[in-house]
Design a protein around this ligand. Sequence first.
Ligand SMILES: NC(=O)c1ccc[n+]([C@@H]2O[C@H](COP(=O)([O-])OP(=O)(O)OC[C@H]3O[C@@H](n4cnc5c(N)ncnc54)[C@H](OP(=O)(O)O)[C@@H]3O)[C@@H](O)[C@H]2O)c1
Length: 285
Amino acid sequence: MSEVTVVGLGPMGSKMAATFLDAGHEVAVWNRTASKAEPLLSRGARRAASAADGELLVVSQISYQAMYDSLGDERLDGKVVVNLSSDTPERLREAARRVAGRGGTLITGGVMVPPPGIGRPGAYTFYSGPKDVLDRHAATLAALGEITYVGADQGLAMMYYQAQLLMFWSSLTSLMHAQALLGTSGVGPLEFLPYARTLFAQLGGDGPMGYAKILSEEIAAGRHPGGENSLHMQAVGMGHVVEALTDAGLETTVPAALKALFDRADAEGRGQEGIGTVIESIRKP
Ligand SMILES: NC(=O)c1ccc[n+]([C@@H]2O[C@H](COP(=O)([O-])OP(=O)(O)OC[C@H]3O[C@@H](n4cnc5c(N)ncnc54)[C@H](OP(=O)(O)O)[C@@H]3O)[C@@H](O)[C@H]2O)c1
């Protein structure tokens, strides 16, 4: 089994290090706050002498600046840095150049599960960077979950990750608005849950409510037919939702922003198209 150094021992990095240990790898660990390494040392990990101590460095920190802070001015000759931290795609591309400037290679990634999911069935991580380098370490990284390679551009893994999180956070925020609204009439969150689950499942399915697929196909084709459910009708309906939330004494930042976006697409003259026409307004702020 190979050796891997885990840099950053927050909830994610700690679980990654434990998962590598469970898979039988030799694990070195480094964290800015050194005491967080203790539980892993007692499980057989080695304390790395520095953040650059090792040939395969798996980084999980709050941002890419943390990696720079951790590495200081250490050389990275021949080393592979797999950074699974969040940041912007542009900063990941810049990091690839900076790592290369010190003699190393950067693979970027976005882990699509929280700590308890790491190494479990269903776990996957978007990776980007040079495929041959990723392939050399695939057997080790596979301990964390499925490897989903999305391309050579180091910014791409983060774009996929952020695309998923954007949908995750905005749909969950809508769920909370929905629950808060129903709660004002005494409907409990668990009473509403079956309907929320039905909607989430239908959106990802193939039926008439399968809008993930319907919209993807329409956007790919560049056509947004709205014959039976026009954007204008939905903009008016969204306005009613915002009024209902206001009447119920709730805050409306996100719903009001949705209404503003729908209204703009409508005002731009595309009210008789379908909801997919909103992407044209998103593309031209
Ligand atoms: N938690 C999740 O569910 C989840 C899921 C997918 C992806 N992610 C991503 O995974 C990454 C890690 O997340 P996390 O939840 O483990 O915790 P986090 O709070 O994002 O990061 C904590 C880690 O960052 C280190 N750190 C922060 N600033 C630093 C600096 N200037 N120099 C050196 N180290 C620094 C901390 O060191 P100290 O211990 O010394 O403070 C700690 O090791 C994040 O980018 C996050 O977006 C998280």
